[in-house]
Every structure is written in C-alpha cells, then in structure tokens.
Design a protein around this ligand. Structure first.
Ligand code: SAM
Length: 226
C-alpha cells in the first residue's frame, strides 16, 4: 500500500512517535507508522476538503481512529504548541515546506524533530532549518518510478552552525554518501542548468545574475561529483 518514499520518511521517526503529518492526503503515512508501531500516535493535517475526507475514511477503514486524529486546516494551524514531538511534511516543494514552517513557527515549541521530503528545492528547507534552530541529523535520497526524492531530518538544537553553499544545495549527508540516485540526480541537474543557460544566452537581454548563479552551481556540483 505504502510507497518506498513514504516508508523512507517513516524510517526517520523514533519508536513511540507522537507526530503531525502536515498535508497528509490519504493519511497513508500515519496509518503505515501506526500499524508498524503500536505506541505511535498522530495528527493528520489537510487543507483541502477532498484529501481531508480521504484521510478520515482511511483512518476509519484501518481501525485507527483512537490513534490518528484527522484535522482540517492550513499547515501547522492544526496543531497547538507542545502537542506533538515530531512534524512531518512530505511530497511538496521545498519552498512551500519552508513557508509552512515559517508561518507556523510558534507551533513548533516542543517539536524536537522535523522530517521534510521536498520534491524539489530541498535547499530552501535546509536554509530554513539552519536559520531556525534545527540541526540536520540525517538525509536520504531514493528513486521511485523514475523520480528522485530527498528526505531531510533535523532535530532542535541550541548550537548554531552553518552549512557551506554546497552542503545547502546538495545536502551534507547526501554529498558524503554519493549514492547512485544522488549522482544521477545531480548529473541531470547539471544538464538542466546547461540547457537553461544556452537558452538564456540567446535572449535579447539575458538575466546575467541568474546565469552567474547557474554557472556557479554547476561548478559546485561538479566538484562533488568528480
Ligand atoms: N504527504 C503526502 C505524501 O507525501 O504522499 C501527500 C503529498 S500531496 C502531493 C500534498 C498534500 O498537501 C495535498 O493533499 C494538499 O492538499 C496538501 N497541502 C498543500 N498545502 C497545504 C497546507 N498549507 N496545509 C495543509 N495541507 C496542505
């Protein structure tokens, strides 16, 4: 029932998790976790009526209404401060994930761990975590149905730290590991940037700043891949 992607996200949760899954859609993640771990409990948050109803049905069908509560609302608005220990936000773009975290910042009191699975722009998530008192403690990258997905886990920490430009872009754990999906992803990302650069060069008034960013990123990526 559950994808490798969501299983990978779940693997970052501790035993006995008390977590919120924001943007839960069918509530597949909390259902999977709660079947696997009898001590786990969850809140599934959804902003849209359709997915909210699907989440409620799944939880009823799976007999988990005593351990998963489905709530309708925008981002972290569905939880109160100190209500959960972990927050999961999966299957959205990195900018949306960081916007949800930023808007609901005060609800993160007592949240010791954030697990994010950005489909794109993982960099935005790493920047937000670093700027807001969460230290990365693990990452994963996996391939499923021709797509590559990144998972980022971070725990709250008083120690300030700063990732390098390359670490923010590629992920400090992922760039050390250099797995096959990682290498494929960044080879494709180089090609994408080179293609866009070629297009931009043809423009009447090319965006020099953007072009410089792309060139710089290509250099950073190549240094890690070779
Ligand atoms: N988390 C699931 C997963 O990874 O498979 C579902 C991902 S689905 C692509 C994104 C879900 O997030 C949709 O069901 C959408 O309705 C919901 N969503 C988008 N923005 C949201 C927000 N601000 N607050 C809560 N849910 C949101």
């Amino acid at each position: 029932l559950v994808s490798n992607r969501l299983q990978c996200v779940a693997s970052f949760l501790p035993k006995g998790a008390l977590f919120a899954d924001i943007g839960s859609d069918h509530a597949y993640l909390p259902v999977y976790v709660c079947h696997l771990d009898k001590q786990a409990t969850a809140i599934a948050g959804e902003i849209n009526e359709g997915p909210y109803q699907s989440a409620k049905s799944t939880v009823v069908e799976e007999g988990l209404t005593d351990r998963i509560e489905v709530r309708k609302g925008d981002g972290l608005a569905v939880i109160s401060a100190n209500e959960v220990n972990q927050v999961v936000i999966a299957g959205m773009g990195g900018s949306l994930i960081s916007a949800i975290l930023q808007e609901g910042k005060e609800k993160l009191a007592g949240v010791g761990q954030i697990i994010a699975q950005p489909n794109v722009e993982a960099r935005a998530v790493r920047v937000w975590l670093q700027d807001n008192g969460y230290r990365l403690n693990g990452e994963a990258i996996l391939e499923e149905a021709g797509h590559r997905y990144e998972v980022i886990s971070a725990i709250s920490s008083d120690i300030t730290y700063s990732m390098t430009e390359t670490e923010l872009l590629l992920g400090p754990y992922l760039m050390k590991e250099k797995s096959d999906p990682f290498q494929r992803k960044w080879k494709l990302e180089i090609e994408k940037r080179e293609r866009v650069l070629k297009q931009m060069k043809k423009a009447k008034s090319p965006d020099e700043k953007k072009m410089e960013t792309f060139r710089h990123e290509i250099e950073l990526i190549k240094e890690v891949l070779t």
